[in-house]
Design a protein around this ligand. Structure first.
Ligand code: MN3
Length: 243
């Protein structure tokens, strides 16, 4: 089996569902079965809602540029860079988990690719406005109350200096709020605080500057109006990821 055949069989194999069996494991989400002939290993998943669907909380122009230019560029450059590396991989998650073995260009663009895939999933027009069931109970137990949790998450997101992300991750020790720089994420083996991403927010200026300029806090306050708690709940119940 040559390298291309290995990658193709790997992409289509069970390894692709190692950690994210539900929404993320669909073929369009993680992989592209034309990869072996086109060199296009990963494709940008469809957004799932119109650019203007999150108005007035996230404006249409920001969504359009964010998806069509920023996310598309991470996807394109990731594919270009992966065609030059010899490290085998079966899924984007596996790349993240072994990112220390890849060039920094794969770290930046692969992180940018996956982080936005996740982010588009956890925002939605008209989603449930609060978590429910076990997730809500766990949040209240961990952080004292849902409001205290929101404040802690916003505070972490405000503390990111420059470009990065804030996260809620599921760890063997419970839920934790963390942040990463640039396009790093809590799946990467380069991160000190690792876990299953449950909720995340993009605090790169490109995520909010057109509407909110330097007022990151207003963007973060508005963010709660578009959180897809059903999806967050699904991420929370994943347990197949092994640290
Ligand atoms: Mn972004």
């Amino acid at each position: 089996m040559n390298k291309r055949e290995f990658i193709k069989s790997g992409l289509l194999g069970v390894g692709a569902t190692l950690m994210l069996p539900s929404v993320l494991a669909s073929k369009n989400f993680l992989t592209n079965d034309k990869a072996s002939v086109t060199g296009k290993f990963f494709e940008q998943p469809p957004l799932g809602f119109a650019f203007d669907a999150l108005e007035p909380y996230i404006d249409a122009k920001t969504m359009e540029i964010h998806y069509l230019r920023h996310h598309a560029a991470y996807t394109r450059v990731l594919n270009e860079q992966l065609s030059k590396v010899s490290v085998p991989f079966k899924s984007i998650v596996e790349i993240m988990e072994n990112i220390s073995q890849f060039p920094v260009s794969v770290r930046n663009n692969g992180g940018g690719y996956l982080n936005h895939n996740l982010f588009w999933k956890i925002i939605t027009p008209g989603g449930a406005k609060l978590p429910s069931g076990e997730l809500m109970t766990t949040i209240e137990k961990t952080f004292g109350s849902f409001d205290a949790f929101k404040s802690a998450f916003i505070e972490k997101a405000m503390s990111v200096f420059g470009s990065g992300w804030a996260w809620v991750i599921k760890t063997p020790y419970g839920l934790k709020i963390t942040s990463t720089a640039n396009q790093d994420n809590p799946l990467m083996d380069t991160e000190k605080e690792r876990g299953i991403p449950v909720l995340m927010v993009d605090v790169w200026e490109h995520a909010y500057y057109l509407k909110y300029q330097n007022r990151r806090k207003e963007y973060l306050d508005a963010f709660w109006q578009v959180v897809n708690w059903d999806q967050v709940n699904s991420f929370y119940h994943l347990d197949r990821f092994v640290l």
